[in-house]
Write a new protein. Sequence first.
Length: 333
Amino acid sequence: MKRKISKLKEQITELAKKEGIDIVRISQADPFEGYLLSNSVRRDPHLTLPEAHSLIIFGIYIGGFNLSDWDNPAIGRTSRLFLSGFFCDVLKPLKPILSLLHDDGFKAEICDTYQPGGSILPLKLAAVRAGIGWQGKNTLLISPEYGTFLALGGIITDALLEFNNEKVEDHCGKCHACQKACPTNALSEPYRLKRERCLSSLIEEELLTEEVRQLMGNKIIDCEICQDVCPYNKKHLRNPLITDRSTTFDERKESLKDFFKLPNLLKLSERGYKKYFDSYRAGIPHRVFRRNVVAALGNSNQPDAISLLKGALEDSDPEIREIAQNSMNSLRN
């Protein structure tokens, strides 16, 4: 077993590279004592795997998953995390690594924090412990190399792997750019997110307030404002790193740019929405998605916005009809 253990980390790293994973780090599976988690069941990996010894944390760079016309108000805007397909943890690329561990006789579980009965591992804190970066004032993981643009995944295992225990110091310093830029004051206290005020959360709520409708602009799913202003993302916003995944995504950019035009999104039936969006695992109902598209149209100030919104007046959902009417009134004034 010792011979296998000595080579196992190397095998995991090699297999991860084949799966398009950009970074692999390993830390101990001790309970987490970080802020906000002191009274949470998420603090202890042993609740998922009683024999847990090692946490293997994986990161996939998503800085290149953006559309060049996102600032165009006629384009529905989402996030790099969403377009990467890893909105709810990195899962599929980890399955071959899980099989490797199982084949070698180890117990292991993939972390899937959004799956009922899935792992409860706090991936950001695990990544900090493994030396990938620090948790910034925007509460996101910030890596010196990748900025905030890492999709994270993890495996809990009983394998006695060698740990990466080097710590990355907090480099936020006196910077408050993310706090100042947040339009809903969700980051009024550094390092703590008021999720109930976060724009990403607010545009997924059952009801959309007038305040949020005006603040969301062309955002239909998720928000990246606090990431757009982070100094550690500047180089990634100008020139994203080139990876195999980003190169593959680049080949789809033109078709996606057309797909995300608000009039095209408005035409999506519930069946069409599920066909195109279920793979992203966002968990956002079609009604909420359609409502957000209608709201974004109202904010777009495009010449054809009023005629498109007229169609939404016939929607069966009363909230969508109200937003369409209010938006038309605003555009006419």
